[in-house]
Design a protein. Sequence first.
Length: 258
Amino acid sequence: MEHSLQKCGAEPEEIAAVVAHIEPWIYDGISTDEIHRRVFSFLKKSNRVQASKYSLKRAIFELGPTGYPFERMVGALLTHKGYKTTVGVVLQGACVEHEIDVLAEKQGNVYAIECKFHSDSKRSSNVKVPLYINSRFLDVQKNWNSNQSKSTHLKQGWLVTNTRFTTDAISYGNCIGLTMLSWDHPKNNGIPRHVDRFGLYPITALTTLSKHEKRQLLDKGIILTMEIEQQPEVLKELNLSSGKTRKVLSEVHQLCHM
């Protein structure tokens, strides 16, 4: 619990306050989910921004049930890292067509990114996933790089998941040169670090909006808090009070710029 609070940027005195509040509720056999719910509830009352950051993993799960919002999030991450990105591309391989979740280009090199979104936190991507992804990539790469009309080089396949990879999956990915990103891989540089670095929090992390209001925005293609900051008028369609709108925009601004 304390480690998770440190990772979301809580100050030592804030962590001490949370621990003091939660400890009386702890009992033998209490689940991690129950502890998380109690910590989140406490933070939501004392520091909404810290609550949003603390609940990032849950917020990403709530982007479902389809994987498209997660693909948009990954695309935005790569855009902020200097890539030109396109989400949802169909490419012809040497043998068959393939739908590529995110295509990213930088300095003449192109990367094909597969995004594996899981709604269940206990699901991991095993070695079969990178095996499959690599076979698709090689088929597309063969056709792309033999096409004389292409001015770019299809260099590498990437695999991104919102949960975890098994040890065998990571070993295989390292062996074939597949770039892999998950919640905790690479070590100390997984998804949370990238989200924090660029302020790319999903709107599902917001504590000032109800689940129904978040779903309304997702249905309209608004995935990131940054999009609300750039287009605050999207909140008008939710028919929020002026006071609630100010609270939402305040939380959005803090998440985007902390």
